[in-house]
Design a protein around this ligand. Structure first.
Ligand code: BV8
Length: 226
């Protein structure tokens, strides 16, 4: 299952591209690139602090909870582009964060030095054990996405691919849907129109995640009992 910002929209977290989305107030290049970090660390830290604060005030929605039920009956791996921890807080156990995690920080010089962020603020002067500034543990634009090969393997082995709440406009994550084996159904749950050339086995449930994921989960659970 591949999720994007639309998965967390009903939890009150803003998406990137919908009207009023995150990027409209900020250019990607001012807050989510290595160049932005070099140019204005404080602006970047404040951008992520704002989102972390909002995350701590948000709770998982019915779509997150429906996936927890699904995981009790089926082998479900969640590959998310989201950096929030709502899937985990709902109770999902197999979650892969392609683009990092908002509640973690890492050393700006040694990416293996990872730390949980206590509370919502990461500030200038918060240092790793080797004395370098901590940065958000997220993948910025222009940075590599190291989990992609593993994610492709998982999608390729899947009997069903569910894509929830992503505009499919950021690569290489968006390309994952093409890693599905031929003949494997790809089900999109999104009230909008993700950018994708409709492969033959693609079905689009034009509903918000809360309603769509609950309906699909109920259907899959009933089939399993048949
Ligand atoms: C890389 C972490 C190379 C940070 C993120 C030109 C063409 C194509 C590609 C490129 C290009 N120029 C550059 C690139 C590559 C670039 C890219 O794709 N750019 C885009 C802007 C064109 N990609 C990269 O830079 C990647 N790295 O390529 O590295 C490399 C290789 C080796 C060595 C060095 C370098 C890295 C990309 C990762 C960036 N980090 N996030 C942060 O979060 O701040 S991306 C960020 O936006 C998210 O993580 C997510 O992945 C992404 C897309 O957002 P979505 O989740 O899809 O959200 P969006 O708002 O777009 O859509 C919301 C959807 O939800 C909509 O469809 C809407 O209808 C729906 N929705 C709304 N409400 C609901 C709903 N659905 C259900 N229910 C609802 N209620």
């Amino acid at each position: 299952m591949l999720s994007g910002a639309g998965m967390s929209a009903e939890s009150g977290l803003r998406t990137f591209r919908d009207h009023g989305g995150l990027w409209e107030e900020h250019s990607i290049y001012d807050v989510a690139t290595p160049e932005a970090w070099l140019r204005d660390q404080d602006l970047v830290l404040r951008f992520y602090n704002q989102r972390r604060k909002q995350l701590l005030e948000s709770i998982p929605n019915s779509a997150h909870l429906a996936l927890v039920d699904l995981e009790k009956k089926f082998k479900l791996t969640i590959i998310t582009q989201n950096i929030d921890d709502l899937h985990e807080r709902a109770g999902s156990t197999e979650v892969m964060h392609l683009h990092g995690e908002l509640r973690k920080a890492r050393s700006s010089v040694r990416e293996d030095l990872l730390y949980d962020i206590d509370g919502w603020e990461l500030k200038q002067g918060d240092l790793c054990e080797e004395g370098s500034q901590l940065r958000p543990h997220v993948v910025w634009f222009g940075e590599a996405v190291p989990m992609i090969p593993k994610a492709e393997e998982i999608v390729n082995a899947a009997d069903l691919v569910i894509v929830i709440g992503t505009s499919l406009s950021v690569y290489p994550a968006a390309g994952l849907i093409h890693a599905a084996s031929s003949g494997v159904p790809v089900i999109l749950i999104d009230p909008g129109n993700p950018e994708m050339n409709k492969a033959s086995d693609t079905y689009h449930l034009r509903k918000p995640a809360g309603e769509g994921v609950t309906q699909l989960t109920d259907l899959l659970m009933s089939l399993d009992q048949a």
